[in-house]
Design a binder for this molecule. Structure first.
Ligand code: ATP
Ligand code: MG
Length: 390
């Protein structure tokens, strides 16, 4: 294949945003294939046509296109002469190996000077496909679709529409900082915010040297996987063990987890502000664990003035797990690790904390100094996709 016809939902776009949206979408599509030798990307009404200098394997194209947010669906297409006989010949030749009982032809003319109208093209090509395949025309629910696109200089045809990743192009909604653990939830939360057009930076808290480095390794693998949707990522690895040790030394058991979380938010906020990120993202889901009761979430969130986005707040664990399988994070998140929040964690954490108690406990700590320590010792790592040959 040497071309892809990409469709997006114009309906979801406000008029004033449309040009910005399509520019961003074009840029992201080109980024997704930057190692494959793209030739150009043309704007057509509600769709884009991406062409390559050389043939690219269909499976690679499908893989790359299905990871670009903002794409409703796409078809792999081939270029032909702008001529009905050439189109018919090429389509019939390419049908070999495709079996179907019903089909439709969908023609769009980006060039109205073509001598035949779209319904006429549909009719002529439909008759030819019917004669060759023996299949019926079904305009409502065809098993097979032939897409035809007539442009001023050339024409394109392809078979079937493949589902895109949906959502909005990454970048359309601005930049946010995602708190990512090696668990199941936070990678899904990150994915969902990217799908809504956010560009993410990632922040992970680890307890090395008190614990092993599995969680960091898992997070690197998760960020590598998620970077395929936004093409480049920065991950901040924050050393949290010493901060936890000081919290443990100063604070009675039940409130420790709430204090850990508040410290995490403060550090993440400082990093977010440095990165000009406008919100924090977590994988919290209401009632899932002790730190995620409504009372505790309220007390925890008051440690930061940035909005906290919680895309999973109303999801069941099973729904979240189902999505990890679709995204491909399930295997990585399943690897046993030593999460920093298991370190020094009481058996019976408080499920109902009060801000005044928490603040009284925090008064025993040098919060500012812990914040400074966390931010200054954070290590940055960069991720890119696709990896270009050196
Ligand atoms: P997850 O599966 O995402 O780890 P969880 O069910 O284990 O979530 P918690 O441990 O209460 O729930 O964490 C709630 C959220 O806080 C996580 O989804 C994540 O956004 C953030 N978080 C927790 N631990 C870390 C960590 N070590 N580094 C960065 N963020 C974290
Ligand atoms: Mg966790």
């Amino acid at each position: 294949m040497d071309s892809v016809l990409i469709r997006y939902h114009e309906i979801a776009l406000k008029k004033g945003n449309r040009a910005y949206f399509t520019e961003l979408l074009k840029r992201n599509i080109l980024a997704a294939v930057k190692d494959l030798g793209a030739k150009e990307i043309r704007s057509l009404p509600a769709r884009l046509l991406l062409t390559f200098k050389n043939e690219v394997s269909s499976s690679t194209l499908i893989e790359r296109m299905s990871m670009v947010f903002g794409v409703a669906n796409f078809s792999l297409v081939e270029r032909t002469e702008r001529d009905i006989d050439a189109l018919r010949r090429r389509i019939l030749d390419s049908l070999n190996g495709h079996r179907f009982d019903s089909f439709r032809i969908e023609t769009q003319r980006g060039d109205k000077t073509f001598p035949l109208t779209s319904p006429e093209i549909n009719r002529q090509l439909g008759a030819a496909v019917k004669a060759k395949s023996g299949a019926k025309v079904n305009l409502e629910q065809p098993e097979f679709t032939v897409t035809v696109e007539i442009l001023p200089r050339d024409a394109f045809f392809g078979f079937n529409k493949l589902p895109g990743a949906g959502g909005l192009p990454v970048g359309a909604s601005g930049r946010v900082a995602a708190l990512i653990s090696g668990g199941f939830d936070s990678p899904v939360a990150a994915y969902r915010m990217m799908q809504r057009g956010c560009r993410l930076i990632f922040v992970h808290f680890h307890s090395a040297p008190f614990q092993d480095k599995t969680s960091q390794e898992k997070v690197r693998r998760l960020v590598t996987l998620l970077t395929r949707y936004q093409f480049s990522s920065r991950l901040y690895l924050v050393s949290f063990g010493e901060i936890q040790r000081q919290i443990v030394a100063a604070v009675a058991r039940p409130l420790r987890v709430v204090l850990y979380r508040r410290m995490m938010l403060r550090i993440a906020e400082a990093i977010a502000r440095e990165e000009k990120a406008k919100a924090l993202v977590t994988g919290e889901s209401l009632g899932q664990v002790a730190s995620q009761t409504l009372d505790n979430m309220t007390v925890i969130q008051q440690a930061t003035r940035l909005p906290i986005l919680r895309p999973l707040v109303g999801m069941d664990k099973q729904e979240i797990i189902d999505q990890t399988r679709r995204i491909g994070t399930f295997e990585i998140s399943s690897i046993p690790d030593q999460d920093c929040c298991q370190l020094f964690v009481p058996k019976h954490p408080a499920t109902k904390s009060h801000l005044s108690d928490v603040e009284a406990d925090e008064a025993k700590l040098d919060v500012k100094e812990l914040l400074r320590y966390g931010v200054e010792n954070a290590v940055e790592e960069e991720f890119t996709f696709p990896a270009l040959e050196a």
